[in-house]
Ligand binder design. Structure first.
Ligand SMILES: *Cc1c(COP(=O)(O)O)cnc(C)c1O
Length: 246
């Protein structure tokens, strides 16, 4: 029987997988007339070990997404030791418990999953002085009943205004995780709704905040092409790059 590969071993197939993924992103940009490079790639590394992140960084990736605070904090330290001197950008993309905000505010550069004011307030208060502002996205519930996470679209404008006013945070845009769907046309509908909300919120912000409100985080391994079609600026891809999670 073949031995399972340890979760921390770098996948030999990572370089070709990254090439295929980048080619698909470029093709999706071109197919809807968007400039090459207008979509950034966030490599989602949850459940994969620090060697996998270091291997991805060696291929040029710099932005990594994590869902679980304890796992992430250990990994961020281990990667810094394995691949010192790299300016990596860590994004927290998982559900946030209030007793974990200090660790998140200390170790991450971005937080994509803000859905409540009191979590944003805690992150702002706990961001260590001397670090640049935490870059934040608001997570929107774009699939209604089918999704548990994210703020209701009706409550979004008020939350955006309140978060934009907090010190030590910089409001950068919106994120959503729509209900998984196989049909590409059906995949596009929630992404189109999120894009429309993004434009409406941006128009409602004060000019100084509006300029920095530039990030629409939508699209994962199964639906990033539909998301790019609907204006995504940041796709969050795990399994299409690193293989299935155990
Ligand atoms: C796990 C995860 C991803 C990546 O999912 P894949 O389907 O493996 O690409 C993206 N976004 C969030 C919020 C996740 O939790």
């Amino acid at each position: 029987m073949p031995q399972p590969r340890p979760a921390t071993a770098p996948a030999p197939e990572l370089a070709p997988a990254l090439e295929r993924l980048q080619a698909r992103i470029r093709a999706a940009e071109a197919a809807c007339g968007r400039p090459a490079g207008s979509v950034r790639l966030l490599a989602v590394t949850k459940t994969f070990g620090p060697q996998v992140v270091a291997a991805a960084a060696a291929l040029g990736l710099r932005a990594f997404g994590e869902n679980y605070v304890q796992e992430a904090v250990a990994k961020i330290g281990a990667v810094a030791a394995l691949a010192p001197g790299l300016d990596l950008e860590w994004h927290f993309i998982g559900p946030i418990q209030s007793n974990k905000t200090r660790l998140i505010a200390t170790h991450f550069q971005w937080v994509q999953s803000i859905e409540r004011l009191n979590i944003a307030q805690r992150l702002a208060a706990q961001r260590p002085p001397g670090l640049p502002p935490l870059q934040v996205l608001l997570e929107v519930n774009i699939s209604g009943e089918a999704s548990k996470s994210g703020i209701h679209p009706q409550e979004l404008p008020a939350l955006a205004t309140q978060v934009a006013a907090l010190p030590a945070l910089r409001l950068r845009g919106l994120m959503a995780i729509p209900e998984p769907q196989a049909d590409p046309q059906a995949q596009r509908r929630p992404f189109a709704r999120l894009h429309a909300l993004f434009l409406a919120v941006r128009a409602s912000l004060e000019p100084g905040v509006r300029e920095g409100f530039d990030t629409l985080s939508m699209g994962m391994s199964g639906d990033f092409e539909a998301a790019i079609n609907e204006g995504s600026t940041l796709v969050r891809v795990g399994s299409a790059l690193f293989g299935e999670r155990q």
